[in-house]
Design a protein around this ligand. Structure first.
Ligand SMILES: [Mn+2]
Length: 324
């Protein structure tokens, strides 16, 4: 945790910072970025928040999301660029190429597979979320943590722990959540806004997705599929499919829940969730992806049918225990 102190010093001494998270940002990445950004600007710093695409609902409802920009006017003379919740440089998308322009890159993340691409790296796989790391950093540095900052850290931790239900929910995460409430975070308001506010297209998408669920390996694998056509029919965005991967995992007897999303003509995105023992990150790494033990993912090129069959072969080997 020595890097925590060093990063706190850099943030305390610097004046101008650029904050980024991974493409297709999730609640943890965005909540962490917004919380750190607000705290730094409350401390009198100049902060730019950068995202590749407009923030999709419901995450655009997070406090301060309207201050995120999609382009930087100039590369800027930042004291440091901070990447949050980003396991690989390539997950920064088009911003990856800009990294070398920055004096100092700080990498804050909780993915075990993190490439430590920063000059300073705060990588804690035991941490439930990047939000938890931001909390510890702000506390260590003594930076402001008002209600908006606390609320966004809460949203970040809530997102990655599935509202404090997943196996990464620790006593520490709950203690931090309690401390965030004392600082003004309101779980009910945040949950309504970020977790529960389903758009009608999201529900239509879910309806179609549920009808695709198929079982393999005597019911221990459940696969759910979202084709491009379904997105069109439902009028839904990619972001409307967030967390739908939980549905196949919810089924009794299922060890591995899978959501395959067709993201392009020949591109598929796999999201994997395991219930008890299967290491989803190891399985995903066979296909060039990564993540956590119970939640991982990867992208694959090819027709849906082919990539699914390739995946199933490997998944069967994992479930048979001939591979781990
Ligand atoms: Mn995360």
């Amino acid at each position: 945790m020595r890097s925590l102190g060093k990063i706190a010093t850099v943030l305390a001494e610097g004046k101008r910072f650029l904050l980024m998270t991974h493409k297709d940002p999730d609640g943890d990445g965005l909540g962490s970025m917004l919380a750190l950004g607000k705290s730094l600007s409350d401390a009198g710093k100049d902060v730019s928040l950068l995202a590749q695409d407009p923030i999709q609902p419901p995450l655009n409802l997070l406090k301060g999301a309207d201050e995120i920009v999609n382009i930087l006017n100039a590369d800027g003379d930042f004291d440091a660029a901070v990447a949050l919740d980003c396991a690989e440089k390539s997950r920064l998308g088009e911003f990856e190429n800009h990294l070398r322009n920055y004096r100092l890159v700080i990498n804050i993340d909780h993915h075990e597979t993190n490439e430590s691409f920063g000059d300073l790296n705060l990588i804690e796989p035991e941490s439930s979320s990047t939000g938890e790391l931001v909390f510890r950093l702000l506390e260590k540095a003594g930076f402001p943590m008002g209600a908006d900052v606390a609320g966004n850290i809460f949203a970040a931790i809530q997102a990655d722990t599935g509202s404090f239900r997943y196996s990464n929910t620790t006593a520490e995460a709950l203690r931090i959540a309690a401390s965030l409430m004392e600082r003004g975070a309101d779980p009910w308001e945040i949950s309504k806004k970020v977790m529960d506010s389903y758009s009608l297209p999201r529900l239509r998408l879910l309806e179609m997705a549920l009808s695709t669920i198929e079982f393999h390996h005597e019911g221990s694998i459940a696969i759910m599929i979202l084709s491009q056509e379904m997105f069109q029919k439902a009028g839904a965005q990619q972001s409307d499919s967030e967390r739908l991967v939980d549905y196949p995992r919810f089924i009794f007897g299922v060890e591995l829940g899978v959501l395959i999303r067709e993201t392009g003509e020949n591109d598929c995105k796999f999201s994997l969730r395991s219930n008890s023992w299967l290491n989803a990150a190891n399985l995903a790494s066979r296909f060039g992806g990564g993540g956590h033990i119970r939640a991982a993912g990867f992208t694959s090129q090819g027709s849906l049918k082919n990539v699914k069959n390739d995946f199933l072969k490997e998944a069967h080997r994992f479930l048979d225990g001939t591979c781990s």
